[in-house]
Design a protein around this ligand. Structure first.
Ligand code: EPU
Length: 417
């Protein structure tokens, strides 16, 4: 079990480069399955979710070369359909993209399992519904669930009743080579959805409207490989911005997707953050924080993946704040360890009331999920004394070179096996 030991109270200072987007990387790596030839990906973060995607591609017979930590070459010439260990599929939500990719490539998918952080139930019903609209048949067999389209997928009209990032990406992957035109209505608009569409279009697909709520896909017969650089990770940028504010530091995030962070920047400005934005950079200097209220919502709303880090920020404000979680039914598991470091907060349904003026004290806690773990690190960085954070493998699913980046900013953090 890996852990971090953090001596709190250091004001973090300096510049860090923001990594490529986790959620874009995992999607384009799996989407590469439906291309023929070689694709070279750039800007891929060195995180365990990416390593798991690489293992999945290798299980399916793809040749994957890691050129350097952020450049990965995928050749799909040897790809064959096959069962992937459930234990691997369960580690992340992105394994759900195999549904669209395997149906498109082989006309069958019996790897209908995914995992990811535990925020309550995270069903795949809307992914399956989308595949059915494209002509796939769903069956429950003695070995598990199965989707098949032996004659190939055809274009169709998909209307999502709720915004689903993964469902939208899966529908794009499945329809890129389907016969005819597909219209996705009620599509989610997150930046990595546009990034996946950009990648597939570079490979020869015809996908229009990604980033809006209606996406139109004209199926093409074949996709080729390409060179592709993933977009920057808005959640990593937001996380480090909270670390600057929590420690009274002065951090500049370079290569930051400033326009994607609109809702988050608006909130922290409202809370009194001293923030300066350039085209691709954000600098945050010491600031006196005032209380505020926010609700999470699909993009361009306030990102649910910055909810736990923002809760810690709000706990330092001079008064009480409110945070409403509207995307996931239960994103509050991180509160228990945070409370043992000093957080005072009450949950009523999906509403969190956070009491301000918190002084965190070092303690021994365990991460419960990726962003909750990042929030614990934030509390430990501004705490009085030493904290031990266990179960940091959750954090390393999504933050590349995390400890080294924090150390470069002056943090007193060490990783232990
Ligand atoms: N939903 C359904 N049925 C479905 C799919 C989704 O009911 O078939 C519901 C979910 O239960 C949830 C809502 O729809 O209440 C939205 O879920 P969505 O499908 O948008 O989320 P996701 O694709 O599972 C991605 C990110 C998450 C991020 C969410 C929301 C990836 C690999 N994961 O998950 O990222 O929180 O979108 O923005 O892209 C993270 O990076 O820490 C992370 C959890």
């Amino acid at each position: 079990m890996e852990s971090y030991i953090i001596n709190g109270g250091v004001k973090l200072k300096g510049k860090i480069p923001i990594q490529g987007s986790k959620n874009s990387s995992v999607a384009v790596l799996i989407a590469a399955l439906i291309t023929e030839g070689t694709t070279e990906f750039h800007g891929i973060p060195d995180i365990s979710d990416v390593s798991d995607c690489i293992t999945i591609l290798q299980c399916l017979g793809c040749n994957v070369e890691i050129i350097d930590k952020s450049v990965i070459r995928v050749n799909t010439a040897g790809a064959e359909n096959g069962k992937i260990p459930d234990e691997l599929l369960c580690r992340m939500r992105a394994s759900s993209y195999l549904i669209g990719a395997l149906l498109s490539k082989f006309g069958i998918c019996d790897n209908i399992i995914s995992g990811g952080c535990d925020f309550g139930s995270r069903p795949l019903d809307l992914h399956i519904l989308a595949m059915e609209k494209l002509g796939a048949k769903y069956a429950q067999t003695e070995y598990g669930e199965l989707l098949s389209a032996p004659q190939g997928l055809h274009g169709g009209e998909i209307s999502f009743p709720v915004r689903t990032v993964g469902g939208t990406i899966n529908a794009m992957i499945a329809s890129a080579k389907a016969d005819g035109i597909t219209i996705i209505r009620g599509a989610a608009c997150e930046p990595h959805i546009s990034d996946v569409a950009l990648f597939l279009n570079r490979c020869g697909a015809d996908i229009r409207g990604a980033g809006s709520d209606t996406i139109v896909i004209h199926g093409v017969k074949k996709l080729h490989g390409c060179n592709f650089t993933v977009c920057s990770d808005m959640i990593e940028a937001g996380t480090f911005i909270t670390y600057s504010l929590l420690t009274g530091g002065d951090i500049t995030c370079n290569n930051a997707p400033v326009s994607q962070l609109g809702a988050f920047i608006e909130l922290i400005k409202d809370m009194g953050a001293n923030i300066e934005t350039g085209d691709n950079s954000v600098r945050v200097r010491p600031s006196a924080l005032t209380p505020s209220s926010i609700y999470t919502a699909p993009y361009p709303g306030f990102p649910t993946d910055l909810h736990p880090q923002t809760a810690v920020l709000m706990s330092l404000a001079d008064g009480n704040s409110e945070l409403l979680e509207t995307v996931f039914e239960n994103r509050f598991r991180y509160l228990e360890p945070l409370r043992s470091l000093g957080l005072k907060a009450e949950v009523c349904g999906s509403k969190l009331t956070i009491f301000g003026n918190t002084v965190y004290k070092g303690g021994k806690v365990s991460a419960t999920d990726l962003r909750g773990g990042a929030a614990l690190v934030g509390a430990a960085l501004c705490a009085v004394g030493t904290s031990v954070i266990n179960e940091v493998s959750y954090i390393e699913r999504g933050y590349s070179g995390f400890v080294n980046k924090l150390r470069a900013l002056g943090a007193d953090i060490t990783a232990h096996k």
